[in-house]
Design a protein around this ligand. Sequence first.
Ligand SMILES: [Zn+2]
Length: 153
Amino acid sequence: METSKRLMAPVRVAPALGPIERKIQAARLVQAMPSLGAAYAHALARWEGDPVLRLLGLPLITECYRSVARQDALYAQGRTKPGKIVTYKRGGESKHNWQPCSALDVAFQLPNGEMSWSGLLLSKFARLMKAADARVHWGGDWPGFKDRPHFEV
Ligand SMILES: [Zn+2]
């Protein structure tokens, strides 16, 4: 049996988290309201269980709870501070400011180790989030300003 061709083919390795990053992810996940946290855990398990999706990248929670001060700093960006506008919510107005938190932001760790906010990957993950719990709203579905990394209940 000829196997040399298969052996020479480039091997695509799915990204995996180290122990520290896993702890950070767990700490962010417990900040979430139970329904949102369960939806994320379910969507992540389905993503990781899909051999094609797994090779595209690994979903990560970049932020769940956000302090009022940090929300105000983000609101200033693109208004009184340099940068692009990233939010229309002032401190205290965002679901990220609630405790427990009813919003979380997602990005992807690509196989090459880089972070990605690909709209395609986020839309694929949004389908799994909404399938896990119909109460989940995806920022990519909002009319006008699209906040594709954002999920909330
Ligand atoms: Zn968000």
